[in-house]
Design a protein around this ligand. Structure first.
Ligand code: MAN
Length: 524
C-alpha cells in the first residue's frame, strides 16, 4: 500500500505539472514500458532498476531508456508531444538547455533558464493550411491531369492509326512505283532508239556537209593557185606561192614544189582534191591563223582571197550528239536553242541539229510523262517513309503512365532570369539565349527520365548540349512538380554548364496524400 502511494507520487513528479499518465519524454504508445511498478526493466538491455530511477537525471540503463525526459543519457531522444501540431523527437541533450526546441515548450520544464511558450497551435494551423492548399492543388491539378491522360491516349491512338495508314500507303506506293518504273523503261526504250536514229542521221549529214565544204574550199585554193586558168596546177604555179617555201629561204624551190605535187608535173581538179589538198591545207590554215594573230592588212586581204579552211563544225558539237539518250541532252538542246535564237550566224544555224521529227517528239513527250510520274511516286514513297520514321520515333517515346505527358511534346516553355531566356521543349530540347540577344545555346536534347527509384517520372534529363569550353557537354536536369498549368518556374546553373530547371505541370499532380507515408516513427 505504502509502495503504491509512493509510486503514484513519483509518477506525478516524473510527469511534472502536465499530469502525464506516463513519464515525461515518451509517447503514449510507449507508456506500457513504464507502467508503475516497484522496478523498471531497461527496454533493450533488460537490466532492472528501481522504478523511481526513471527520469531522475541519472543514466542507469545502457540503452538510456530510464531517462527519456532528461538530458542524462546522451543517446536518448526526447519526445515532444506538440499537441495542436505534430509530435517530434529531439536530442535529449537539448532538454533544459535554455533553448525552446519543441513548439509546446515541454523540453524546457525546469523553468529556471527560460520560459517557453506553446505555439504548436499556431504553427499547426499554418501547417494545416499549407497542407490543405497543397491538397487542393493536387486535387484540382489531378482533374486537369485526367484530361492530359485522355489527350495522351488520343494522341497515341491517332499516331498509331496514322502509322497503319502510312504503312499501307507505303506498300501501295511501292507497287505503284515499281509499275511506273516499268512503264518508264518501256517508254524510254523507243525514245532512246528514235533519238539515236535522228542523231545518227544528223551525224552523217554533218559529215557530208563537211566534206562538201572542204571540197569547195580546196577548189577555191585550186583556182587561186591555177593562175593561168588551165584547170591544172603546175610546178611553176606552186613555185609562185610563197606559202610553199618550206625552208623559208625566200623562194619556193623546184624540189619544194615537187614535194607538194607528190612528184607529179601537174594535177587536175580531182587529183588536186584527192592528193594535193590533204598535204597543203594545213599550210593555208596556219597561214590564216598567223595573219589573224598579226592582224595586218595584207593578211586580211589574203584571208579574203583564201577562205577559212578550218572545218566549220565546232568540236564541242561532237559531244552533244554523242547518242546519249539522257534527259540532260534534251534539256541542253532546249536551253541552247533558246539562247541561240537571237544571235546565231547562218553557219551556226547549219551546224545545229534539226528538231526531232514528230514521231520522236511524241516518244520523248511520252517518256517525259512516264519519268514525271515515276519521280512523283518515288518522292511520295520517300515522304511516306520519312513520316513513318517520325511516327515510330514518337511512339517509342516514354510519355509516363497512361501517356500523361504526351501532350507536352510539341510545346515549348520559356522563362527569363537576369541574364538568359531559358527554353524547354519537353521530349525535344532545352536551350538558353542571352537576354540581350545573340544565338541560342543548346543545353541538351531529350535524354531520359531521371527521377529517383520512387518515381522515375519526377525528373527529366536533357543531354549532349553544346560543349562547354574546357568542360562537359551542357546538360539540363528538369525537376517536375504539380501545378495548375504548364510553366517553367526556374532555371539555374548549380555547376558550370549543368543546368537545373523546375517545371510545374498538372501531369505531375497526384491525389494520393503526400503525407500518407510520412508517419513519425517512434524510436526505441
Ligand atoms: C555561356 C553560358 C553559361 C555558361 C558559360 C560557360 O556563357 O552557357 O551558362 O556557364 O557559357 O562558359
Amino acid at each position: 500500500m505504502l509502495n503504491s502511494v509512493l509510486i503514484v507520487f513519483t509518477l506525478l513528479q516524473l510527469g511534472s505539472s502536465e499530469n502525464l499518465s506516463h513519464p515525461r519524454g515518451i509517447p503514449a504508445s510507449k507508456a506500457s514500458f513504464y507502467r508503475p511498478a516497484e522496478t523498471f526493466r531497461c527496454i533493450q538491455s533488460g537490466k532492472t532498476i528501481p522504478f523511481e530511477y526513471i527520469n531522475d537525471d541519472y543514466c542507469d540503463c545502457e540503452d538510456g531508456s530510464d531517462e527519456p525526459g532528461t538530458s542524462a543519457c546522451p543517446m536518448m531522444r526526447y519526445y515532444c508531444e506538440n499537441l495542436g501540431h505534430k509530435p517530434e523527437y529531439i536530442l535529449s541533450s537539448r532538454v533544459n538547455d535554455g533553448i525552446c526546441d519543441c513548439c509546446d515548450g515541454s523540453d524546457e520544464f525546469e523553468g529556471e533558464k527560460i520560459q517557453c511558450l506553446n505555439f504548436c497551435e499556431e504553427i499547426g494551423r499554418k501547417d494545416r493550411e499549407e497542407k490543405e492548399k497543397e491538397k487542393k492543388l493536387q486535387e484540382e491539378g489531378s482533374k486537369i491531369k485526367l484530361n492530359y491522360i485522355q489527350q495522351g491516349q488520343k494522341i497515341r491512338e491517332e499516331k498509331k492509326a496514322r502509322l497503319d495508314q502510312v504503312e499501307k500507303e507505303k506498300d501501295e506506293m511501292t507497287e505503284i512505283k515499281s509499275d511506273l518504273e516499268n512503264k518508264k523503261t518501256e517508254a524510254e526504250t523507243p525514245e532512246k532508239e528514235a533519238k539515236e536514229r535522228h542523231e545518227k542521221a544528223w551525224e552523217e549529214e554533218k559529215a557530208k556537209r563537211k566534206a562538201e565544204k572542204e571540197k569547195q574550199t580546196a577548189l577555191i585554193v585550186f583556182d587561186e593557185i591555177d593562175s593561168n586558168d588551165d584547170q591544172h596546177v603546175e610546178m611553176g604555179e606552186i613555185m609562185a606561192h610563197s606559202e610553199f617555201d618550206i625552208d623559208a629561204d625566200g623562194t619556193v624551190s623546184h624540189d619544194e614544189a615537187k614535194e607538194y605535187l607528190e612528184e607529179l608535173e601537174r594535177v587536175g581538179r580531182d587529183d588536186f582534191i584527192e592528193k594535193i589538198w590533204p598535204n597543203i591545207k594545213e599550210i593555208f590554215k596556219s597561214k590564216k591563223s598567223d595573219s589573224e594573230a598579226k592582224g595586218d592588212k595584207d593578211s586580211q586581204s589574203t584571208e579574203e582571197k583564201v577562205p577559212d579552211l578550218t572545218p566549220p563544225v565546232a568540236d564541242d558539237d561532237e559531244d552533244d550528239y554523242d547518242g546519249d539518250d539522257d534527259e540532260e541532252d534534251v534539256d541542253k538542246q532546249r536551253v541552247s536553242e533558246n539562247q541561240d535564237v537571237e544571235n546565231k550566224t547562218p553557219e551556226e544555224d547549219e551546224d545545229k541539229m534539226p528538231d526531232y521529227d514528230e514521231e520522236t517528239k511524241q516518244l520523248i513527250a511520252a517518256a517525259d510523262d512516264a519519268r514525271n510520274q515515276f519521280n512523283d511516286a518515288d518522292r511520295k514513297l520517300r515522304d511516306a517513309e520519312t513520316e513513318m520514321n517520325n511516327l515510330k520515333s514518337f511512339l517509342d517515346l516514354d510519355f509516363g503512365h497512361q501517356d500523361v505527358y504526351a501532350s507536352l511534346k510539341g510545346q515549348c516553355f520559356e522563362m527569363t532570369d537576369r541574364e538568359y531566356t531559358y527554353k524547354l521543349c519537353p521530349f525535344e530540347k532545352a536551350s538558353q539565349r542571352p537576354k540581350s540577344g545573340g544565338t541560342e545555346t543548346s543545353l541538351g536534347v531529350w535524354g531520359h527520365w531521371s527521377g529517383d527509384e520512387t518515381n522515375k517520372y519526377s525528373a527529366m534529363k536533357y543531354e549532349k548540349g553544346q560543349n562547354c569550353w574546357n568542360g562537359p557537354d551542357r546538360s539540363a536536369h528538369v525537376i517536375l512538380q504539380c501545378g495548375m498549368e504548364n510553366i517553367l518556374l526556374s532555371a539555374s546553373e548549380p555547376s558550370r554548364c549543368e543546368y537545373q530547371f523546375e517545371f510545374a505541370t498538372p501531369a505531375f499532380c497526384s491525389q494520393e496524400d503526400p503525407n500518407a507515408n510520412k508517419e513519425t516513427h517512434d524510436e526505441l
